[in-house]
Write a new protein. Structure first.
Length: 188
């Protein structure tokens, strides 16, 4: 069997295997960022994801794939971070979250963060667009505002398997071309 035929078989097998792996790990989550800033300058930034193939009109905490939030003081120093939903599992009981997929905005009751009665716990609590406050179990309300929480799309990052498949296919194509050029030079 010629080298070119062997390389074609190897390339085909590599592509089929990579497609099989991609099917085995379906990723249909859309990830969005959110941020909030209070009147005094404290802020909360985070991200959340959900399965966009389900056709949900609203996303509540039970439909989240993940959510994580970080809290900052007015000088942008990190106060604490927390992830109440990881891989579709809610790991913290006090979570209020509502997202409208049509308007692309958070609405209603919002309670994201952690309150285990520790001085290092923080949570954003209230009604979006009416009164949101950043709270700490020891200090109470630290900051608040009546504004909405900004939601923006996250910059997509290619899946590792997709990137690996592209590199593998490109490498094999380069090798085939190199062998063809070498074969042509040998004939000449």
């Amino acid at each position: 069997m010629k080298l070119t035929q062997k390389l074609r078989i190897a390339t085909t097998a590599g592509v089929v295997m990579s497609l099989g792996l991609l099917k085995a790990v379906p990723v249909h989550a859309v990830t969005l960022n959110f941020d909030w800033t209070g009147n005094v300058g404290y802020s909360a930034r985070g991200s959340f994801s959900y399965d966009e193939t389900q056709g949900y009109t609203t996303i509540d905490s039970s439909k989240l794939q993940s959510i994580a939030v970080s809290f900052f003081d007015p000088s942008k120093k990190l106060l604490n971070s927390f992830a109440p939903v990881i891989n579709g599992s809610i790991v913290y009981d006090f979570l209020g979250f509502n997202y409208d997929t049509a308007t692309k905005s958070l609405f209603g009751y919002f309670d994201v963060g952690q309150d285990n009665a520790q001085g290092t716990d923080y949570y954003l609590f209230g009604i979006v667009g009416l009164n949101l406050s950043l709270r700490n179990p020891t200090e109470g309300t630290i900051d608040q505002n009546n504004r909405l929480i900004n939601v923006t799309p996250m910059t997509p990052v290619p899946e590792p398997l997709t990137t690996g498949s592209i590199v593998l296919t490109g490498g094999i194509a380069w090798l085939v071309k190199r062998r063809q050029v070498a074969a042509q030079k040998a004939k000449a």
